[in-house]
Design a protein around this ligand. Structure first.
Ligand code: DAV
Length: 376
């Protein structure tokens, strides 16, 4: 780099460019800043299950939810999850929060919300909400910006409300706050027969779940899915601007909903993949790709929302450290062999409610700046 370029603006006499987006307000450091899934984690939101209820059924769920849940959601939508399973899952979340704190990570938790209260728009009504357990679905941090996703499940319409106290406080400390356009979620959004092949949602308006995107510095990888349409991907791509490049990847997952049990980068050049769903393309030509061992969950364990492949939904604390479910010994062995320190945490009760460590968290701050990691 030529010398002149490296000279600071102070030396040139120009006004120093702000290193973050405080935009004239008083703030000492960037409170929100995360570009990757692996840089050293400094602050994180961990979800909770206070007041959590079964989601109310909508036809598009048939494309993604286990068939055993269809009637359950039809009949129990808006009512609490069964005990003692739900309390056990809540304890697992609280333990995760403590473990992260012991590792030196600052942990924030969302507000409790009454998910049993029904709500309506002029076009539809829902008997209740869902939970504040999976902030990775509704929120995404890219650089210093918190993005609120326009989710397509009607019962999740108010889900980011539980995180608003946190988001407002991060905004007041200098973060950018970017809610996607409020979706209408009218019948036009939903494919007439969600089981007929193709996606369960149309291109009526932009929708996405944040968990269909995964961050690699200036490159962001996304899968289109039964909750994320091309319109939503295009909205995010344009909102992020030319500093970022969004790459669509093809996955072999007829039930696609969230990319983080299909691919997960654990460190620069180290990609964990679900071998049944993804064959790496040229983007990862310079990366070492390892296939996650099969999950260890007993076949009769209740899984209301997702597949046992949430086993690979680990959380990186830094490029050498991952939080892994305690029972997933083949995965722990594989990651240890790959050079990682594994922190085992019990999380099987939480699995039942639709995710694991990556799903139940959203990074607020990881050290490190924007970098280029993919072969594009
Ligand atoms: O069933 O593999 C899990 C991702 C949940 N957020 C699955 C998707």
């Amino acid at each position: 780099m030529p010398q002149g370029v490296q000279r600071s603006v102070r030396e040139t006499g120009e006004e120093e460019a702000p290193s973050h987006s405080c935009r004239g307000e008083v703030c000492e450091t960037q409170v929100v800043r995360s570009y990757t899934e692996w840089d050293p984690l400094e602050e994180v939101v961990v979800g909770h299950l206070d007041g959590a209820v079964f989601p109310a059924w909508q036809a598009s769920m048939a494309a993604t939810m286990p068939e055993s849940s269809w009637n359950l959601f039809r009949e129990q939508g808006g009512r609490p999850f069964p005990e003692p399973h739900a309390s056990a899952a809540q304890r697992e979340l609280d333990t995760l929060a403590r473990v992260l704190e012991l590792e030196g990570v600052k942990v924030a938790r969302p507000e409790p919300a009454n998910q049993e209260t029904g709500f309506a728009t002029p076009h539809w009504q829902s008997p209740g909400g869902l939970y504040a357990a999976m902030p990775r679905d509704s929120l995404m941090v890219v650089g210093d910006t918190i993005i609120e996703a326009p989710m397509s499940w009607r019962c999740r319409y108010h889900e980011s409300d539980s995180f608003r106290t946190l988001i407002k406080s991060y905004f007041l400390k200098g973060a950018n706050w970017l809610p996607a356009p409020r979706p209408q979620l009218t019948d036009d959004l939903f494919a007439p027969d969600p089981r007929a092949g193709g996606y369960a949602i149309t291109e009526f308006e932009p929708v996405f779940d944040a968990a269909d995107f995964i961050r690699f510095g200036r490159d962001i990888v996304v899968q289109q899915s039964h909750v994320t349409n091309e319109f939503g991907i295009r909205w995010l791509e344009r909102a992020l601007g030319p500093e970022y490049r969004v790459h669509r990847i093809e996955v072999n997952d007829p039930h696609a909903m969230h990319i983080d049990a299909t691919i997960l980068p654990l460190a620069p050049g180290k990609l964990l993949v679900n071998g049944q769903r993804y064959i790496p393309n040229a983007l990862f030509a310079d990366w070492e790709v390892r296939v996650a061992p099969a999950p260890t969950l007993p076949y009769d364990w209740p899984m209301y929302f997702c597949s046992p492949w949430v086993s690979m939904n680990v959380l990186s604390l830094d490029p050498e450290t991952v939080v892994v479910e305690s029972h997933e010994e083949p995965l722990i062995d594989a990651l240890t062999d790959w050079g990682f320190r594994c922190i085992p945490v019990d999380f099987r009760h939480l699995y039942s409610l639709g995710g694991s460590f990556h799903c139940v968290t959203v990074d607020i701050r990881r050290s490190g700046g924007i970098g280029t990691y993919l072969n594009v």
